[in-house]
Design a protein around this ligand. Structure first.
Ligand code: HEC
Ligand code: HEC
Ligand code: HEC
Ligand code: HEC
Length: 197
C-alpha cells in the first residue's frame, strides 16, 4: 500500500514539474481569464469533438475573416507571399484584434479583443513576412539565407515548406524561452538560424 502511494505521489510530482515549463502559466494559459468560464486551457483553441470543419488540429476558436495588408519591400525575393494561411491564420484569429478571445465552442461574440503589444492588427506590413515558400531557389536568389535543404533545423521550422508564425513561435511555450519563441533570440540566435548576416 505504501509503495503504491509513493509511486502515485512521484507521478503527481513529475506531472507538476513537467506542467510548470509548458503552456501552464504562459501568455497562452487562459484558464483564469474572466472571459473563459470553463477554467480550462486547451478548450479555447482545441476541442476533442465537434471541431470546426476545415481547420486543424481539432480547432475550436472562431477564425478571422479579414483580408490582410501584406508585407512588401523592394529587396524581398519571395514570390508567393499570400494571405495568411494554415496555423498563421489561426494565430491572427486572436492577434488581429477583430475576433473575440471568448469566441470558442460556438460562442461568436467579439467582446474581449486583444490589446497592447500582442495586437498585430490587419496591417502586416510592419511584421516579419509569413505564408510564403522558403526553399533552395529562394535561398539562392536571396544569397544570404541558409538553404533549408542543407539544414534540418531550418527545414524543421517550416510548415509545408513555408514560413509561418510557428516557424519562430511555439504556441504551447518552450520552457525558459521568452515570448513563446521556438529558441532563444539572445545575440539574435533565432534570426541567424536562417539569415546569414
Ligand atoms: C492559444 C491557442 C492554443 C492553445 C491554448 C493550445 N493550443 Fe495546441 N495548437 C495551437 C495551434 C495554433 C496549433 C497548430 C500550429 C502549431 O503547432 O504551431 C496547435 C497544435 C497542437 C497539436 C498538434 C501539433 C503538436 O504540437 O503536437 C496538439 C496535439 C495540441 N496543439 C494540443 C494542445 C493541448 C493539449 C493544449 C492544452 C494543454 C493546447 N494544444 C493548447 C493552438 C493552441
Ligand atoms: C485564443 C486566442 C489566441 C490565439 C489563437 C493565439 N494567441 Fe497568442 N496570445 C493571445 C493572448 C490573449 C495573448 C496575451 C496578450 C497579453 O498578455 O496582453 C497572447 C500572447 C502571445 C505572445 C506574447 C507572449 C509573451 O510572453 O509576451 C505571442 C508571441 C503569441 N501570443 C503568439 C501566438 C502565435 C504564434 C499564435 C499561433 C500559432 C497565437 N499566438 C495564437 C491569444 C491568442
Ligand atoms: C521571423 C520570426 C518571427 C515570425 C515569423 C513571427 N514572429 Fe512574433 N516575434 C518574434 C520575435 C523575435 C519576438 C520577440 C520580440 C521582442 O522580444 O521584442 C516576437 C514577438 C511576438 C509577440 C509579442 C509582442 C510583444 O512585444 O510582446 C506576438 C504577439 C507575436 N510575436 C505574434 C506573432 C504572430 C501572430 C506571428 C504571425 C502572424 C508572428 N509573431 C510571426 C519573431 C517572429
Ligand atoms: C525560419 C527562418 C527565418 C527566421 C528564424 C527569421 N527569418 Fe527573416 N526571413 C526569412 C525568409 C525566408 C525571408 C524572405 C527573404 C526574401 O524573400 O528575400 C525573411 C525576410 C526577412 C526580412 C525582410 C527582407 C526584405 O528583403 O524585405 C527581414 C528584415 C528579416 N527577415 C529579418 C529577420 C529577423 C530580424 C529575424 C529574427 C527576429 C528573422 N528575420 C528571423 C527567414 C527567417
Amino acid at each position: 500500500m505504501r509503495k503504491i502511494l509513493v509511486i502515485t505521489f512521484s507521478l503527481l510530482l513529475s506531472g507538476a514539474v513537467m506542467a510548470q515549463g509548458t503552456i501552464v502559466g504562459s501568455a497562452h494559459d487562459f484558464s483564469s481569464e474572466t472571459w473563459n468560464t470553463t477554467g480550462q486551457i486547451c478548450i479555447v483553441c482545441h476541442t476533442p469533438h465537434n471541431a470546426k470543419a476545415g481547420y486543424e488540429p481539432l480547432w475550436n476558436h472562431e477564425v478571422t475573416t479579414q483580408t490582410f495588408t501584406l508585407y512588401s519591400s523592394s529587396t524581398l525575393n519571395a514570390t508567393d507571399l499570400g494571405q495568411p494561411e494554415g496555423a498563421s491564420k489561426l494565430c491572427l484569429s486572436c492577434h488581429d484584434g477583430t475576433v473575440g478571445l471568448e469566441a470558442f465552442s460556438g460562442t461568436t461574440t467579439n467582446t474581449n479583443l486583444i490589446t497592447g503589444d500582442a495586437l498585430l492588427g490587419t496591417d502586416l506590413t510592419n511584421d516579419h513576412p509569413i505564408s510564403f515558400t522558403y526553399d533552395t531557389t529562394l535561398a539562392t536568389n536571396d544569397g544570404e539565407l541558409v538553404d533549408p535543404s542543407s539544414s534540418t533545423e531550418v527545414a524543421g521550422m517550416l510548415y509545408n515548406g513555408k514560413m509561418e508564425c510557428s516557424s519562430c513561435h511555439d504556441v504551447h511555450n518552450t520552457p525558459g524561452i521568452a515570448k513563446l519563441l521556438v529558441k532563444s533570440n539572445a545575440a539574435s540566435a533565432l534570426c541567424l538560424t536562417c539569415h546569414k548576416k
